[in-house]
Design a protein around this ligand. Structure first.
Ligand SMILES: CC(C)(COP(=O)(O)OP(=O)(O)OC[C@H]1O[C@@H](n2cnc3c(N)ncnc32)[C@H](O)[C@@H]1OP(=O)(O)O)[C@@H](O)C(=O)NCCC(=O)NCCS
Length: 204
């Protein structure tokens, strides 16, 4: 019997990606991830934590790990990138999270400082966008520090548009995700968005 025939089937919601010749498992957060999430936050720089939460929150690694591990799966999407193929012991190197507020689902993301620059953040954002579209969300928003050039560039490449949010020195970014079918079953953008074609190519 060869090895692949006894390997347990991977759930459809999980997938492996190869980035910079390294393998990561992208999957939903589970209740048992709290310690690994704490470790990821604790090993990230204070500056990255500040950019993630737009200010310092006391005891952020512990509180954020507990919050994410217990997130409400009906109202939130929380995806992690796991170093390696998910076999224990494994390390979480990034987490992207979307909370589905009634009107405007809002995302946040963090990649562990020493794992940045290999495409993990971009992959997590693409997967969060795909999950949000599966849930038929029409748009998602995010709040990014004005000096967070990496995140501003990445969201722009993913088709988000920017609005200045001067009060907090942050930039609000918005992506349109879902398009309604008209009476001829042609897809059209909600509210006649003129950038529909561009965004459709970019975000898909
Ligand atoms: C912002 C952050 C999430 C980016 O994560 P990352 O894993 O380092 O980013 P990636 O390597 O995936 O992508 C960044 C770069 O690749 C580009 N990129 C990556 N994959 C790509 C792809 N497949 N196609 C096109 N562009 C891609 C990005 O635009 C960017 O360009 P650069 O590296 O040439 O400057 C990370 O720096 C971080 O955690 N920062 C602190 C927290 C934060 O700022 N959060 C945002 C507010 S919630």
């Amino acid at each position: 019997m060869n090895a692949t025939s006894i390997e347990p089937a991977r759930p459809a919601s999980e997938h492996l990606v190869s980035l910079s010749h390294h393998s990561y498992l992208i999957r939903s957060v589970s209740g048992s991830d709290e310690l690994a999430l704490f470790d990821m936050f604790a090993r990230s720089s204070p500056e990255d934590l500040r950019l993630r939460c737009l200010g310092m929150i006391k005891d952020f690694p512990r509180l954020a790990a507990a919050r994410l591990a217990r997130c409400d799966r009906d109202r939130e999407i929380a995806l992690v990138a796991v170093d390696g193929e998910g076999a224990a012991p494994s390390e979480i190197v990034g987490v992207a999270h979307l909370i589905e507020e009634p009107a405007e689902p809002e995302f946040d993301i963090l990649v562990r400082t020493d794992a940045k620059g290999h495409g993990v953040g971009f992959q997590l954002m693409k997967d969060v966008l795909a999950r949000a579209r599966e849930r038929r969300r029409t748009k998602i928003v995010g709040f990014i520090a004005g000096e967070d050039h990496a995140m501003l560039l990445m969201t722009s490449e993913l088709g988000f548009v920017r609005e200045t949010h001067a009060e907090m020195g942050t930039v609000r970014v918005t992506a349109m995700l879902w398009f309604v079918a008209d009476d001829k079953q042609q897809l059209r953008p909600p509210n006649g968005d003129p950038n529909f074609e561009t965004r459709r190519r970019t975000v898909s």
